[in-house]
Design a protein around this ligand. Structure first.
Ligand code: FES
Ligand code: FES
Length: 181
């Protein structure tokens, strides 16, 4: 009988094969050599030193690792980075513009929508994605969009207030000709 782990399987070899990719993150291009085993979260945190996205469950279930891929919220802990050659990735660090925080970040600070803060990256990135596709969501739509983001501290009511504040700020900035929410 073959000893378990004694040989490397074809799928393991596939995971270990090196690929040259260029990731476009927060407006900058990063040429990298990665294996398929490297998740986007691992690559952002360990190679690019972007620590906004957090490691929570590592299974795509808590939302702590959320980033934007082409303006849509995505769970970076379960996506191989090599699949993202040519796609546009935005992390929490890429939201501020001209030294000014994004309206969603400002609204979360104003609403004091955090206790430990671990979930906030996911809450903010998911809210940004929501408001880009629907600038004036109903409370039901906000609850639906954030339903997959877990907050173990229970700051859900403050988070809902923050999203309402972000909608108002977005409307105000748009009226002033400011950046996209
Ligand atoms: S760490 Fe990615 S969803 Fe939990
Ligand atoms: S504020 Fe602690 S997990 Fe949400």
């Amino acid at each position: 009988m073959r000893r378990r782990g004694a040989t490397t399987s074809a799928s393991e070899i596939g995971l270990l094969k090196a690929h040259c990719v260029t990731l476009s993150v927060n407006g900058q291009k990063f040429p990298l050599t990665l294996t398929r085993a490297a998740t986007l979260l691992h690559t952002l945190r360990n190679d690019l030193h972007l620590n906004g996205p957090r490691y929570g469950c590592g299974l795509g279930q808590c939302g702590a690792c959320t980033v934007l891929i082409d303006d849509r919220a995505a769970r970076s802990c379960v996506i191989p980075a090599v699949e993202l050659d040519g796609r546009t990735i935005t992390t929490l660090e890429g939201l501020a513009e001209h030294g000014r925080l994004h309206p969603v970040q400002e609204a979360f600070i104003e609403a004091q929508a955090a206790q430990c803060g671990y979930c906030l990256n996911g809450m903010i990135m998911t809210t940004v994605a929501l408001l880009r596709s629907n600038p004036d969501p109903s409370e039901f739509e906000v609850r639906q969009a954030l339903a997959g983001n877990l907050c173990r501290c229970g700051t859900h009511l403050e988070i809902l207030d923050a999203v309402k504040g972000a909608v108002q700020r977005g409307v105000k900035r748009a009226a002033q000709g400011g950046a996209q929410t």
